[in-house]
Design a protein around this ligand. Structure first.
Ligand SMILES: [Zn+2]
Ligand SMILES: [Zn+2]
Length: 110
């Protein structure tokens, strides 16, 4: 016994940790954002979303910003792809992809 976890168990834990929704500032603009990897086995995506859920009616047309479902309960939060079939029956809070403001807001006190 070495106390080491088998590689596949370790890989599974790392994957789960990546799927856990975390609050992190955006590295570009410093805004509060939620980050997580989608628990999709085929095409997992690293998502950075604005932390405040929006009303589905506010999702921009033309997919300029993608919408995601915030699923699970407090300790098992996940971000999932919100496809149009699911969207018809969805009752999850909806998150939008984070988009940095065009320019940093700079206050000039002159
Ligand atoms: Zn949903
Ligand atoms: Zn940003």
């Amino acid at each position: 016994m070495t106390g080491r976890l088998p590689a596949h168990v370790l890989a599974e834990r790392i994957a789960r940790a990546a799927e856990t929704v975390r609050r992190e500032p955006c590295p570009r603009c410093g805004a509060d954002t939620l980050v997580a990897r989608t628990p999709d086995r085929v095409a997992a995506v690293d998502v950075r979303a604005d932390p405040e859920p929006i009303h589905p009616d506010e999702i921009p047309a033309g997919r300029t910003r993608l919408a995601w479902c915030l699923t699970g309960s407090q300790h098992t939060r996940r971000i999932r792809w919100r496809d149009r079939w699911h969207a018809r029956v969805c009752t999850h809070p909806v998150l939008l992809d984070h988009a940095c403001p065009p320019q940093p807001i700079q206050e000039t006190l002159l």
